[in-house]
Design a protein around this ligand. Structure first.
Ligand code: ATP
Length: 136
C-alpha cells in the first residue's frame, strides 16, 4: 500500500502546488472528504473552499475554486478553475474583490446574482485560507 500521497493542484492559470503529503481534506460539492494513502480511487466535483493537507505533521492550506478531484491510491489530482497556496494569496486583492462583490450585491439594479455571489465566496474563502494558515 502507498505510504505517501502526491498532491497536485493545477488550474488553467498554471500549477498551484505539487508535493508528497500524508493526508488531504478537500471541499467536495457533497461535503468535505479526507484522503489517506491507499484510498479507493474516485472522482468528485469540488466547491469553492479550502483544501487542507498534512505533511510531516504540519498542515498546509490551499484555496480551490471549484473543479474536480481525481483520487488514486497514491495521488490526489485537483483540477480547479483557479487555486493558490495560502502564501501566494494577495490579501489586498482579495479584500478589494470582496468589496466589489459586496457593492454589486447591494445594488438594486439588474445584476448577475449568481456571478456576484461566487465572486464574494471566492474572496471570503481566500481570506479564510490566509487566516487558517496564520493560525498554524
Ligand atoms: P479578482 O476579481 O481579484 O480577479 P477572482 O476571484 O475573479 O479575483 P479568479 O477568476 O479566481 O479571480 O482567478 C483569476 C486569476 O487570478 C488566477 O490565476 C488566480 O490564481 C489569481 N488570483 C485571483 N485572486 C487572487 C488573489 N487574491 N491572490 C493571488 N492570486 C489571485
Amino acid at each position: 500500500m502507498a505510504e505517501k500521497l502526491t498532491l497536485e493542484v493545477v488550474s488553467p492559470y498554471g500549477a498551484a502546488f505539487k508535493d508528497e503529503v500524508d493526508e488531504v481534506v478537500a471541499p467536495g460539492t457533497e461535503g468535505e472528504f479526507g484522503v489517506l494513502p491507499g484510498h479507493v480511487p474516485f472522482i468528485t466535483t469540488l466547491k469553492i473552499g479550502v483544501l487542507v493537507y498534512k505533511k510531516d505533521g504540519k498542515p498546509g492550506y490551499i484555496f480551490v475554486n471549484s473543479g474536480y478531484a481525481e483520487v488514486y491510491e497514491d495521488k490526489v489530482l485537483v483540477l480547479a478553475d483557479s487555486a493558490e497556496k495560502a502564501e501566494d494569496i494577495d490579501v489586498e486583492r482579495a479584500k478589494a474583490a470582496l468589496k466589489r462583490a459586496e457593492e454589486r450585491l447591494q445594488k438594486k439594479e439588474d445584476i448577475d446574482f449568481a456571478r456576484a455571489q461566487a465572486a464574494l465566496q471566492r474572496a471570503l474563502t481566500r481570506l479564510k485560507t490566509v487566516e487558517l494558515a496564520g493560525k498554524k
